[in-house]
Design a protein around this ligand. Structure first.
Ligand code: KG4
Ligand code: ZN
Length: 335
């Protein structure tokens, strides 16, 4: 089965053609990051305007790269949420139009589920596994028994971890997105110089939840206290912040591994590109970690094509987009 997959939930316009779930024939990603840089975050109205501009080009390119035409497509899949409503609408309306005009069944995909299963594009990830989805919009911990049995066991109660990287980068006068630059500068910094709080809540009922707003505020106060920052100060703050932000992800994954006995861990989303997180997980001999290559860590439509194949959810032309984690993983919340 050949699926045309579309992803426009945030600021990447992406179109992929995926055969039988894992054979990626094309995966076009048109990033808008240069347009949003000056705002230090994604500006929703600008994002939707750019999606509108990029969507046709991306579809044409995806067909060209795959060497196929619409006649070769069996189904059209698209992200319905969670994400920015005005961005989601561009992808969903495009997919609905193609589905209606060319008479192809329409499938709906949840963006967080797409990230969650994205390590399967390149690896044979055995069920059950522990899934950690960490991006600019999400910090979620799951127990995944199969495609249809997914339990959300932990989530952030305020900022997402990637958002914390972006905000700290802004506080330090660095660039957007913050993750890659903080990751890089941390390598030359002293992670023990500043003692920032862990990005977590320690109460028992919240044992798998995360909280990043206190950590971000702590960095802000430290910067204010120091007054002017030397280059070394910035590197030390980056390393100390990164340690607090990432250690908690590792600690909670470890706790869940111990509690469930599940040793397979799949991480995904933009923050899974973090070198310190990768090192910590990959050097732990008690767990088996699966991480997508960088092109599948950030938003892409190939992961949408994968989920649509293994977990087909039919959509109607009247189905609406949804902004928050609610759609398909709804009702599985433990906390
Ligand atoms: O998955 P993604 O591309 O988009 C969302 O769905 O949010 O993730 C983007 C996020 C940004 O917050 C960015 O700062 C973060 O991922 N990120 C990183 C790294 N590379 C990207 N965070 C930490 N370390 C990195 N190396
Ligand atoms: Zn994402």
């Amino acid at each position: 089965m050949t699926i045309l997959a579309i992803e426009t939930s945030c600021d990447e316009t992406s179109v992929a053609i995926v055969r039988n779930g894992r054979e990626v024939l094309s995966n076009v990603v048109m990033s808008q990051v240069d347009y949003h840089k000056e705002f230090f975050g994604v500006l929703p109205e600008l994002a939707s305007r750019k999606h509108l501009e990029f969507i046709d080009i991306s579809i044409r390119k995806a067909f060209e790269e795959a060497g196929l035409t619409i006649k070769d497509i069996d189904r059209v899949a698209v992200t319905f949420g969670p994400g920015l409503v005005s961005s989601l609408l561009i992808g969903v309306n495009t997919a609905k139009t193609i589905s209606y005009f060319f008479d192809k069944p329409l499938l709906k995909v949840d963006h967080v589920e797409a990230h969650l299963f994205s390590p399967m594009l390149e690896n044979d990830v055995p069920f059950p596994f522990i899934g950690l989805v960490v991006s600019g919009g999400h910090t979620n911990l799951f127990v995944v028994n199969d495609f249809f049995d997914i339990k959300l066991v932990g989530h952030t109660v305020d900022d997402a971890v990637g958002e914390a990287f972006d905000k700290v980068s802004k506080i330090l006068g660095l660039t957007y997105p913050g993750g890659p630059v903080i990751d890089k500068l941390s390598k030359e910094g002293d992670e023990k110089r500043f003692l920032f709080p862990l990005g977590a809540i320690e109460k028992d009922y919240d044992k798998y939840n995360f909280s990043y707003s206190g950590l971000k505020t702590s960095v802000l106060y430290t910067v204010k206290k120091l007054g002017s920052l030397s280059k070394q100060d910035i590197k030390d703050i980056c390393a100390s912040f990164q340690k607090s932000a990432i250690d908690v992800l590792y600690l909670k994954v470890k706790k869940l591994v111990e509690e469930t006995g599940i040793k397979n861990v799949a991480i995904s989303g933009g923050v899974s590109a973090n070198s310190y997180l990768r090192k910590k997980l990959l050097s732990d001999n008690e767990i088996r970690t699966f991480i997508p290559s960088p092109k599948y860590c950030t938003d892409n439509a190939a992961m949408v094509g994968l989920v649509a194949y293994f977990k087909p959810v039919e959509a109607n032309l009247s189905d609406d987009v949804y902004p928050r984690i609610a759609g398909i993983v709804k009702g599985k919340r433990k906390v």
